[in-house]
Design a binder for this molecule. Structure first.
Ligand SMILES: *[C@@H]1O[C@H](CO)[C@@H](O)[C@H](O)[C@H]1NC(C)=O
Ligand SMILES: *[C@@H]1O[C@H](CO)[C@@H](O)[C@H](O)[C@H]1NC(C)=O
Ligand SMILES: *[C@@H]1O[C@H](CO)[C@@H](O)[C@H](O)[C@H]1NC(C)=O
Ligand SMILES: *[C@@H]1O[C@H](CO)[C@@H](O)[C@H](O)[C@H]1NC(C)=O
Ligand SMILES: *[C@@H]1O[C@H](CO)[C@@H](O)[C@H](O)[C@H]1NC(C)=O
Ligand SMILES: *[C@@H]1O[C@H](CO)[C@@H](O)[C@H](O)[C@H]1NC(C)=O
Ligand SMILES: *[C@@H]1O[C@H](CO)[C@@H](O)[C@H](O)[C@H]1NC(C)=O
Length: 469
């Protein structure tokens, strides 16, 4: 059964397309006078020791370690800019876990706190440094899955539990909230000493979910208020420019609940960026974050086999589908960026953007969806109004800080659309088109002189980004 499926996939090289005798047309309107969110970018993670696979632990040669990282982060290839690092909570070196900077927990919250930096961070430092080589403006998101065990009700990094000191916490030797806040800030300090700025700091990963088997910690919005009111001032005093995240819930709805309760508890100002994952629910509408930005900080299909396709079966790990997920988040929920789960992993599953197999690597169509947005809508760009008059052509638009404009268009039809793009409030004289479909990976297709309107063809089942300068 399984081998038949593989044969079927291999022979059906691409989803169908056709050229109808009538020409289908669409009109897109882009209006720079209507502005929305500022973009942060796209990214991925090397948490749980997976960064070590990107840096040779399963046989990837040093040259390919560089190449794979360059493919992800180079402005002219993958275009990513976010690295999400796991602030480890494991007291010893354990395969598949991330080392804690506090290997020995003191008996009480008064200390002593003997922080240790191993100059490695379970290969996440090397991932961050190498990404910085190819993109000097990496946005580092340092995020803890759990506090060290001694600071929690369960006494261990696994099994969920609460931070000792928040409402509802029992079985505690004291109030460990300040100790946990200091610990998170110390991690940022170690990166600063390596010359790397952490842009965003998070104390939680999926606090609505208790997986038992790996580092995890629970919290609702009220309990988050009890901790964030300690963390926020301590972190800002140490690093005035740092942003504080809340709270990496498993889904957008779960995140909304936490944000709502945080506000009910009086903690609406104790975070800067609403961070959420897309596993258990989709964003669908604006976040209740009081105007603060929101960022999708982790997602992958996670259950399927490796899937590198752009658009073959319509399965949700395909690149074309990811282009639409991002479109919907950016347009319907004002989401500022999108972070895939792992960057590069030695695997036969579909959790990573790049699959490693010893010294070989394979790039997924998902990365080309990220690249079609983020090579052109760079960090700091501002989304502007863009709409299409037909349901199966999706458009968004972004103005970069230097005035250039990116217009990613997705054609979900199986036939081409002759498209008129009308511009309002944009001064540009040239449009360059980059196509991604089953045969093209963000390939430059041509350049044309433009006025306030221009005509283009958008190929079937493709994403075509128009870069205006
Ligand atoms: C296009 O027109 C030709 C000639 O009339 C016809 O044979 C063909 O089936 C048409 N194709 C489509 C997709 O309608
Ligand atoms: C970092 O630590 C891992 C083990 O966790 C090791 O395999 C790797 O070689 C180290 N990297 C560096 C750059 O020292
Ligand atoms: C209470 O804490 C102790 C020590 O940290 C731990 O061994 C025990 O499992 C905890 N009990 C519960 C119910 O979590
Ligand atoms: C904070 O950011 C500003 C503007 O980017 C920069 O000039 C300043 O040096 C930063 N301050 C610190 C403490 O990093
Ligand atoms: C690396 O991937 C291959 C399959 O692609 C698998 O057989 C091997 O066990 C993996 N090795 C590790 C250490 O994960
Ligand atoms: C596009 O990338 C895919 C992997 O995502 C690769 O298999 C294919 O050869 C590339 N095609 C071109 C034209 O570069
Ligand atoms: C403007 O910024 C974009 C995105 O970073 C870059 O690709 C482009 O070269 C810049 N253009 C000019 C004229 O500086």
């Amino acid at each position: 059964m399984e081998s038949l499926l593989v044969v079927a996939l291999a022979t059906v090289a691409s989803a169908w397309t056709y050229s109808p005798n009538t020409s289908y047309s669409a009109t897109i309107s882009v209006d720079a006078s209507q502005k929305y969110q500022t973009m942060i970018g796209g990214g991925c993670s090397g948490a749980f020791g997976i960064a070590c696979q990107q840096f040779g632990s399963v046989g990837l040669s040093p040259a390919k370690q560089e190449l794979v990282t360059q493919i992800l982060y180079d402005e002219n290839i993958g275009g990513l800019s976010i690295v999400r690092n796991d602030i480890g909570s494991t007291p010893s070196t354990t395969p598949g876990d991330v080392n804690s900077i506090l290997p020995v927990c003191p008996p009480t919250p008064d200390g002593p706190f003997d922080y240790k930096w191993d100059g490695n961070d379970t290969c996440q430092l090397q991932l961050t440094q190498t990404a910085l080589k190819y993109n000097p403006n990496i946005y580092v998101y340092a995020d803890a899955w759990s506090a060290p065990g001694c600071m929690k009700t369960v006494g261990t990094e696994d099994n969920g539990g609460f931070i000792c000191g928040v409402r509802g916490s029992t079985n505690c030797s004291g109030d460990w909230r300040k100790a946990y806040a200091d610990y998170l800030v110390q991690y940022v300090r170690f990166y600063e000493e390596e010359g790397i700025e952490v842009s965003l700091l998070g104390a939680y990963n999926e606090p609505d979910f208790n997986p038992i088997t790996y580092a995890s910690m629970e919290s609702d919005g009220y309990q988050a208020k009890d901790f964030l009111e300690v963390l926020y001032p301590i972190a800002k005093a140490a690093f005035p420019n740092i942003s504080i995240a809340c709270c990496d819930a498993t889904g957008a709805r779960q995140e909304r609940n936490i944000l709502y309760e945080l506000e009910q508890a009086g903690g609406a100002d104790l975070y800067d960026i609403a961070t959420w994952h897309n596993y258990q629910s989709n964003p669908e509408r604006p976040f209740n974050s009081g105007g603060k930005p929101n960022l999708q900080t982790e997602w992958a299909d996670g259950t399927g086999k490796w899937n590198a396709y752009w658009d073959v079966t319509g399965q949700l790990a395909e690149g074309f589908q990811w282009a639409l997920y991002m479109h919907n988040a950016f347009v319907n929920s004002d989401t500022s960026g999108y972070t895939h789960w792992w960057c590069a992993q030695n695997t036969t599953g579909d959790n990573a953007l790049i699959r490693l197999e010893y010294d070989s690597y394979y790039v997924s169509g998902r990365l080309w969806a990220f690249a079609s947005y983020f090579r052109f809508a760079r960090p700091g760009s501002v989304r502007i109004e863009a709409s299409s008059n037909v349901e199966n052509v999706y458009v968004s638009a972004y103005v970069n800080t230097n005035g250039t404009v990116a217009i990613p268009v997705i054609n979900a039809a199986h036939f081409p659309y002759q498209t008129t793009i009308n511009l309002n409030g944009i001064k540009a004289s040239t449009a360059t088109a980059y196509l991604t479909d089953n045969e093209h990976n963000v390939t430059m297709m041509g350049q044309t002189q433009i006025g306030s309107t221009f005509q283009v063809t958008v190929e079937p089942r493709s994403m075509k980004t128009f870069f205006l300068s």
